[in-house]
Design a protein around this ligand. Structure first.
Ligand SMILES: Nc1ncnc2c1ncn2[C@@H]1O[C@H](COP(=O)(O)OP(=O)(O)OP(=O)(O)O)[C@@H](O)[C@H]1O
Length: 268
């Protein structure tokens, strides 16, 4: 599975992952070019979230390699992978009730200071905190959360929590963000805001990989789709080619009623 001619940012080679006897990912190979917006599709249980979890260090891989900017990251933990420049969001973000939206955003800044550094370099630490506050203020504005910045983060709606998840992901200045179902269960107005925000981020140079079931969203946002079926990649194509791709239709029609509905949408 190849990408267009741009620089290869992420390369996944022969990746495998099993939970007990359940071989969830098998011989997964693909690459993502710098500046792409790629949709990661597949029926329920096909392994999309597991693929995100293995790439971002939340699950250990069993076999294979993950290279980012040419360097192997497949055995690094989640924190180290964030430091390399890959951030992620979660399908169902849970937010603390004791912290405001602003505090949650600031806590996601990658700069951390211990007591010793604070005592020795107070001015530098205060400068870094001021920079983090400025960044959080800007990102909350861009992701339309300024009006709720002082509310407890747990009080946000499901869609607003997803937006805050994107803010947190961006606080570390990643080059690539992997998003797990950013619009699932989100009101149409907010969904449109998320679409616009993602397109804007991409125009600014951000590479995005998006797990999503919503075919309209995929067509609106993505320039390429990778399709998983039972742990195998069965297609890498433009969204417009999904409906005529035999292996994609087979993947969706092979399952139950929901999958058939998805295939219907894919065929529209
Ligand atoms: N931590 C885990 N322990 C055991 N099995 C797991 C674990 N995580 C995922 N699985 C299994 O891996 C398979 C793929 O799940 P995964 O969540 O990756 O699929 P998905 O394509 O993201 O599905 P959906 O679209 O429904 O979110 C499922 O059979 C699931 O039960």
């Amino acid at each position: 599975m190849t990408t267009p001619n741009q620089e290869r940012l992420l390369e996944v080679a022969s990746l495998a992952k099993a939970f007990g006897g359940n071989r969830v990912l098998q011989d997964v190979n693909f690459s993502i070019g710098a500046g792409e917006i790629v949709g990661l599709l597949g029926p329920n249980g096909s392994g999309k979230s597991t693929l995100l979890n293995t790439i971002t260090g939340f699950e250990a891989i069993d076999n294979g390699a993950v290279r980012y900017r040419g360097q192997e990251i497949g055995r690094l933990g989640a924190h180290r992978i964030v430091e390399r420049g890959i951030a992620r969001t979660f399908q169902l973000p849970s937010m603390p009730s004791m912290m405001s939206v602003m505090e949650v955003a600031m806590a996601a800044a990658t700069t951390r200071h211990g007591l010793w550094e604070t005592l020795c370099n107070g001015a530098g630490v205060r400068g870094a905190e001021a920079a983090a506050r400025d960044k959080a203020t800007r990102l909350l504005h861009e992701l339309l959360l300024t009006h709720v910045r002082d509310l407890p983060a747990s009080a946000l709606s499901g869609g607003q929590k997803k937006l805050l998840g994107i803010v947190c992901a961006l606080m570390g200045d990643p080059q690539m963000v992997m998003l797990d179902e950013p619009t699932a269960g989100v009101h149409p107005n907010l969904r449109n805001d998320i679409v616009q925000a993602l397109k804007r981020l991409n125009r600014q140079g951000m590479t995005l990989v998006i797990v999503e079931h919503d075919m309209h969203f995929i067509r609106e946002v993505c320039t390429r789709c990778i399709v998983l079926d039972r742990g195998h990649i069965v297609a890498s194509c433009h969204p417009d080619e999904l409906s005529s791709n035999e292996r994609v239709l087979q993947a969706y029609l092979g399952g139950g009623a929901h999958q058939q509905a998805m295939a219907g949408e894919a065929a529209q």
